[in-house]
Design a protein around this ligand. Structure first.
Ligand SMILES: [Zn+2]
Length: 143
């Protein structure tokens, strides 16, 4: 059983390190692995905008770079000027990155300001996702 509020609390703690001087939209993410290890991330903006990285991808890349691919759930807290009153779901790019390592039932836990998290799944957030198993990757056997 995933302690959703505990994971959200870790996301909120990570959010405090967000570097978002341009948008003021700070985000924290906490990614849970099977053995209980949690990798956190915050968004990191850049004056050139394009190199900006989301909190979710920071957390995912931290986990992958540590040799972890047994991802169980992610919690996300975010909003403008410190608010966390409405769910802050992962952007499309982060959904695609999650899709590389997670199945459709992967839980995405979102703070909504009332202490009762909004919980959805990667499959709900990214239907018809693009994966290496996509038919376009299947090669024909020439024999
Ligand atoms: Zn993102």
């Amino acid at each position: 059983m995933i302690d959703q509020n505990a994971l959200l609390k870790q996301a909120e703690t990570a959010r405090k390190n967000a570097y978002a001087p341009y948008s003021g939209f700070t985000v924290g993410a906490a990614l849970l692995c099977r053995d209980g290890t949690v990798y956190t991330g915050c968004n990191v903006e850049n004056a050139s905008f394009s190199p900006t990285c989301c909190a979710e991808r920071v957390a995912i890349f931290k986990a992958i770079s540590e040799g972890r691919q047994d991802l169980c759930a992610i919690a996300v807290v975010g909003g403008k000027n410190g608010d966390a009153l409405t769910p802050c779901p992962p952007c499309g790019v982060c959904r695609q990155v999650l899709s590389e390592f997670c199945e459709e039932d992967f839980p995405v836990i979102l703070a909504n300001g009332n202490g009762d998290p909004t919980v959805t799944t990667l499959g709900a957030l990214l239907p018809y996702r693009f994966r290496i198993s996509h038919p376009s990757f299947e090669t024909e056997n020439p024999s």
